[in-house]
Design a protein around this ligand. Structure first.
Ligand SMILES: [Zn+2]
Length: 438
């Protein structure tokens, strides 16, 4: 009999679903997860766990892609009005969201890291009556903010794991570092936490994502491959304004430079080394009909099957922007907004995950490895663990998808929540009590 059989996962599931619905209703996007984090801290404190949060866990120069100050302030004030723990929110002011807790077992053993992410998307949630959050009354009350990627479920899964491990401390060897990461969307949050060395001493490290692959709850992948490495950056083209009729020759046209940059970035020669992507998601320029546009701003992202391919795309894109700016007498400035590299999950750990999955009730099908096919900044933490000699993998907890991720109709099959908490707990107990021989 496994120690986990002593846990009432049905009752726990009901509790976790209530957490998920609460996080969903008060969805907060990257670097503004104030209320969400405060709620998580409150729950961890109820378990008697020590919680680190605020500036002490972050690296300010690596907090990439912070929203504009006015947006940050508005979200901060909103959180203060919605939380029952304003003193916690105050310590996070400035975007220092997310938290880390440590669960120490009764016996000595290795250090195991588990990461869940907690931010929502900048997305408007559907108001269709058949959408479960609408029907059940937990649709996001924050305009333009929606949990469209399941990170509300991830936060609940993290709390579930904390509860289970606290109940099983006698069986737990070593310690677990459980991180509730802010700002995954846009690959912005992991670097700030990782640079503080929170995960460097982890012998094992697990991440996980719900959905991604549509399938019944119970189908679980032990690892992913082809996390696309990605870089997000903003491009600012600075020109010179002038009267478009009287003296156009005195101006330097930033809009024209940006337009040339867009078409040429899309024409970057692809590499034979593997898949790559580039997208210019926004372009804003100019101030008025009769003024030579002096400023242009673009949001760009590159991706690659490997870190090297992404770096190739990124370098080419920046070169194009600079050359296009120069063509029109302008200058180009790029600002890094986020990114993550590619990693390969560790085979010995993946093999163990497969073995463990085969013993967990509720797991109906084990996929050894799936194509991740997108960016995930958990790779920043995984790479740090691997660089220090530890092993890491990212699981995928399938669920039936009514709509794709990052879509206003996306929804979570809530049965996945207690199952994922149980799986993480089983993995932690396995590697901590029976270390993997390298
Ligand atoms: Zn996600």
């Amino acid at each position: 009999m496994s120690a986990l059989d002593r846990i009432d996962f049905e009752a726990l599931g009901r509790e976790l679903i209530a957490f998920r619905r609460d996080f969903h209703k008060y969805a907060e996007s990257a670097w503004t997860e104030y209320r969400t984090t405060a709620r998580i801290i409150s729950e961890l404190e109820k378990l008697g766990l020590p919680v680190k949060f605020g500036p002490e866990i972050h690296t300010p120069e690596k907090m990439f892609g912070l929203p504009k100050p006015a947006v940050m302030e508005a979200c901060y004030q909103r959180a203060l009005s919605e939380t029952d723990r304003p003193e916690l929110v105050e310590r996070m002011k400035g975007g220092f969201t997310g938290c880390i807790t440590e669960i120490v077992g009764a016996k000595p053993g290795p250090t195991v890291g588990v990461r869940v992410d907690i931010d929502c998307n900048d997305l408007e949630e559907t108001d269709k009556p058949e959408h479960v959050p609408v029907a059940e009354g937990f649709r996001s009350v924050h305009p333009g903010c929606m949990h469209g990627c399941g990170h509300d479920a991830h936060a609940a899964i993290g709390l579930g794991l904390a509860k289970v491990l606290c109940a099983l401390r006698e069986e737990l060897c070593g310690k677990v570092i459980l991180v509730f990461q802010p700002g995954e969307e846009g690959l912005r949050g992991a670097a700030s936490l990782t640079a503080r060395g929170h995960f460097s001493h982890c012998d094992y490290f697990f991440g996980g994502h719900v959905g991604l692959i549509s399938g019944p709850v119970g189908q679980v992948a032990a690892s992913g491959h082809d996390f696309l490495a990605s870089t997000k950056f903003d491009v600012f083209i600075h020109g010179v304004p002038a009267h478009a009729g009287a003296s156009p020759e005195l101006g330097c046209n930033a809009l024209a430079a940006a337009a040339a940059a867009v078409t040429n970035m899309l024409a970057i020669s692809r590499t034979s080394q593997g898949a790559s992507r580039i997208n210019i998601g926004t372009l804003n320029a100019g101030t008025g009909r009769n003024v030579i546009p002096a400023e242009a701003e673009m949001r760009v992202e590159t991706r690659g099957k490997t870190t090297a391919i992404n770096e190739y795309m990124e370098a080419a894109a920046k070169r194009v922007c600079e050359a296009a700016a120069q063509m029109y007498g302008c200058t180009a400035e790029t600002v890094y907004m986020g990114g993550a590299g590619n990693v390969v999950c560790d085979k010995p750990l993946v093999d163990r995950v497969i073995d463990v999955l085969n013993t967990v009730p509720g797991v109906t099908k084990v996929l050894p490895d799936v194509d991740f096919g997108g960016g995930e900044d958990v790779t920043t933490m995984m790479a740090d663990v691997q660089a220090h000699g530890g092993m890491a993998t990212e699981l995928v907890f399938c669920m039936p998808l009514k709509a794709p991720h990052h879509n206003g109709c996306f929804d979570v099959d809530e049965k996945v929540i207690p199952l994922a908490a149980r799986i993480f707990a089983a993995l932690v107990l396995s590697v901590s009590s029976d270390p993997i021989q390298k």
